[in-house]
Each structure stands twice: as structure tokens, then as C-alpha cells.
Design a protein around this ligand. Sequence first.
Ligand code: GLC
Length: 625
Amino acid sequence: MNLAAAAEAPYKDPSIPIETRVSDLLSRMTIQEKIGQMAQIDRTVASQEVIRDFGIGSVLNGGESAPAPGATPAMWADMIDGYQKAAMSTRLGIPVVYGTDAIHGHNCIVGSTIFPHNIGLGAARDEDLMVRIGRATALEVLATGVPYPFAPCIAVCRDPRWGRCYESYSEDTGIVRSMSKIILGLQGFPPTNHTSGYPFVAQGGGYVMGCAKHFAGDGGTEEGIDEHNTVSTYEDLSRIHLLPYIDAMAMGVSSVMVSFSSWNDVKMHAHRFLITQILKQEMSFQGLVISDWEGVDRITSPPGLNYTNSLEAAVNAGIDMIMVPLDYEKFCKSMNYLVSSGQIPISRIDDAVTRILRVKFILGLFERPMADRSLFSMFGHERHKELAREAVRKSLVLLKNGKGEEKMLPLSKNAPKILVAGSHAHNIGNQCGGWTLSWQGSSGNTTKGITILEGIKKAVSKETQVVFEERPDEKFLSENNDLSYAIVVVGELPYAEFLGDSKELRLALDGEEMIKTVCSSKVKCLVIIVSGRPVVIEPYVDMMEALVAAWLPGSEAGHGIADVIFGDFDFHGKLPRTWFRRVDQLPMNYGDPHYDPLYPLGFGLQMNNSSLSDGNVSSSSSSSV
Ligand code: GLC
């Protein structure tokens, strides 16, 4: 017992039980302080004065409001420590918790390790790998002072036309449940007697609080339209989209983020039955439920139509922390009105603040409020790059190898002359995809890493001439008719959320043209698709000698892909989702009637063309949402 701390205020004494600390602190708080704790505001409006004067509970950067890409870990840590100093100077000294979207590594800052996006990890199907990626991600975000990554997304994407399909591990609930083990890497392993639903973060530092998102049915909307409506029975919603949350509860996930979407036309942000009755009561979730960005405003169309009503609906539905994120004054004013008028009962406020304080105590924020600068060396660590390289290797899916008996892969490292072509061969921004340095991501030399061309050049012998021509035409090919083979790397351009919704699912730029031009010539061609989801390829498969799905492989794509196509490692990946023939078949998921894919869920070849497919999909795959 820390007698001095206990004498001053029990909540400051780390030697007493968490729930005692929570109750003690809650009992000391004014209604304004409680309302302030329920606010999460963006860093662009989060001055130290605002944090102190409003008693703000949390600060975030959205995809578009991260510090400048060139900001160093020390600059991030200084920024967050600044917010913390303001928070600790308040009457009760409640620390703020800073959140960011670290959804495939610490993707807001140059130099971090950018792991493959979730769809590629779903292809790898390696739980141990997920834990290690979670661990590495936790260390890299903590190295910059961030204790709260908004990850993992445990959406079950049921239609690849959804712009967030790459954030989903799979169309199959069982695979999503398996890959959610990343939570154990982020937060640590709870003890065997851990109470499911109670938040857990391993003590002593080095771990972060996770965020299972987006609750619920975000990946089941009609036609894959982002933020739209999931129509289903409760039974289907439960076995397809809710099951992964059961696992998240068992792992002690600290927070759950609510989906922008609706279930049977009721906005999730106002869904008391699912948030309070199912998540908090039936699943016994004791952590904090956070809204999405302006999720309260988007309860109405147009957003913010009657903010006070929406706020009442959202908080009474069970949302504990509101990602405001900008107009904190309107939030606080509306909340004060709703509480004083009794439209939001004080018991609901106390439940929300209890959960917020509980997570902050469990996270160790009261004892370790400032950035742990001893972790700077973890940022972009070589071991993490090697881990990402392993993840790339395991995520690759071989869909075709050779037109007859003769196999194209593994490629020779000693060929005299090879062509590397395509818009995604030498473009780190394209290989990382969305949520990289910015919300939408962008093409070009956006961060550190190894492009696919660079990986190929490193892997082949010194005697091999590697010709890089992004858009070869017939003239080029006729002038280079001595090629041993060609590698055509094409795909989708970076996108995120609703801006990635697509009805066409076509290769970007001149991807289809490149395949036709190069693969219809005499030279044998390997096509590598860099995309966030299956795209239209059926018309071109016959002309390809070999075909690999690489998904959005991240900063270490170059070495990871070279490791496999040149045979140092065999293929391991299996399709995490159905590869359709035509978009007019969609939605089409394993188990649906009239299932007629180009390549089925689980399909994958090894170099010798033996099948990796184990048909190992969960029973919940057969359904319509
Ligand atoms: C976004 C996303 C959510 C993200 C949040 C904060 O709109 O829906 O996944 O965590 O806002 O950037």
C-alpha cells in the first residue's frame, strides 16, 4: 500500500484494486469532468488549454490529421506528452489517451514497418504470425507515445465491392476469428482465469489497448456500399458478424468501435439492442465503446441535422466515448443539456466514465502517462522488417503456374535478361495501399521500403540484366525479343473507405493493357496482382503463364515477393476470399447456392502445382450477408 498516495486519494495508489480506484475517482468527479472524459477530439483542435479547460478524455489523429509525414518518433512523443502534461495538470490529473489508426503497422509515420493489409494476412492464415505482428505494432506505436491503435478491424467482408474489403481478413468468419489473435500481440496474453469481456493489457509497459471494429455488420452492407445497410436476420448477423467479437471479448479487448453502417435500417450508432443488450450485457463487455469519426452526426442525413437528439440516442444506446472529433464545445454543451434535462440519466454517464477510467487504469496510464522514449529503437526495427517480409511471403497466393506440364515458377535467378513491367512494380505507395501516410494513401515514393522491382534486382545474379519498363509497347517488345521471361506487376491504386467502393473492380491505369501487351507476346509472363481485393482477371488468365495474388503487401513487399517467386520459399497463402469470374456474380461467398468462382475461397497452389486448398472454412460461411 502506498500510504502517501492512499492518504491523498486511493485512486492514485496502483497497489489497490482497479475497481476500487475507478469508484474512488468517479466519486470525486463533477458532471463537467465526466462529460469531458467522454470526448475524444482530433489533434488539430486539441490545444493544451482545451484539454485542460474541458478535461478532455482522449485525443486522436484521423487519417488526414496525422503530424506531417516527416515527423520523427520524438516529435510525436513530444506532441503527446504535451497533451498529457495539460491533462495531468487538471484538478484530478486524469491522463488523456491518444489514439491513431495503426492498422497495418504504425502507418501514419515515415520509416515505420508497414505490414501487409489484413486481406493478405487472411491469406497467410498464421495465428502465431498475427501475435508477432501485434507485438511489433504495439512497440512501434508506443515508440512514438501512442498507447491506443484503432485495431484490429474484425469486419467480415461479404462483398469485395466494399472500399474497406482489404481491412477485413476474410469473407469467412472462422478466418477472421483466427486472425483476431493479433489482439494478444497488441495487449498481451490474459491469464487463464481472465473474465471474458473484461479489458486486459499486460502490465509493465510495452503493450497497448486494442480496438475491435466496427461493431457490427460493417462488412455485410448491401452491394458492399460503405456505411450503408446490412439486411439480415439476427441469426445471420450473429454467426457471420458477431462471432469475432466473442473471441475479442475472451482476449480482453479494451475497446470496441461502432460501425457507421446500419442493421436492418437502424443506425449502429443508435443501436441500443446490439450495443447495450448484446455487447455489454450478453457478451459482458466491460471495456469502452467508442463512436466512429463523427459517427453521432451521421446518425442523421444530412449529418448533424439534430445533433442533440443524435447524441442522446448514441449515448443512451451505450456508446461511452464520442469521437467528436472537432466541435468539442457543441458536444459538451449538448451533453450538459441532455444530462441536466434527464434525457441522459446520470447512471449512463457513470457507466460510460467507469469504463473509460477502467481502461485507463488497466493501460497503466496513471503510472506511465508519458511516452516511453526507451522504445525509440523499436521504431522501424530490423526485426520488424524481417517479420513483415515473412508476412509478405506467407500472404502470396499462387493461382496459376504454367500452361501445361511445364511450370514457370520458381523463376531462374540466372536468366540472362528479364523484363519487369507494370504500374505497381516500382511504387511503394501502390504496394502499401490506403491508410498509409494519409487516409487514402497515395502512389509514389511515399515511405521507406523495398519495391517489388528492387526486391527482384536484389535476388537475381549480377549477370542478369533486369529491364524495367513500366508501360512496354509492341515496339519495345520487338526490340527486346531476347527476354528470358517477364514479370508484370499491376493492381489497384490506393483508396480507403467509401472512396474505395467500386462496382467495376477493374485493374487501375493500363493494367489490363499491360497484361495483354506483354503476355500475348512470345515471352512467358508472370502476372502479380497488387490489390485490396479480387479484381477482374478472367479474360486474361489464359494468356498468363503464371499468376500470383500479392494483395497490399506493404513496405517489405520487394524482398518478400522475391523470396518466393525465385524459389527460396514455397507458396503458403490460400485465398481469404472468393475470386469471382464477373462482378455481376456479386455478392458471392463460399457456401452460397450457384457458387461459381474463378478461384474458390481457400484456393492456393504450391510451386509444383500441388494444392494448398484445405477447404477449411467455417460453417458460418454459407449465408447471404
Ligand atoms: C474512420 C474509420 C475508422 C477510424 C476512424 C479514425 O472514419 O471508419 O476505422 O478508426 O475514422 O480515423
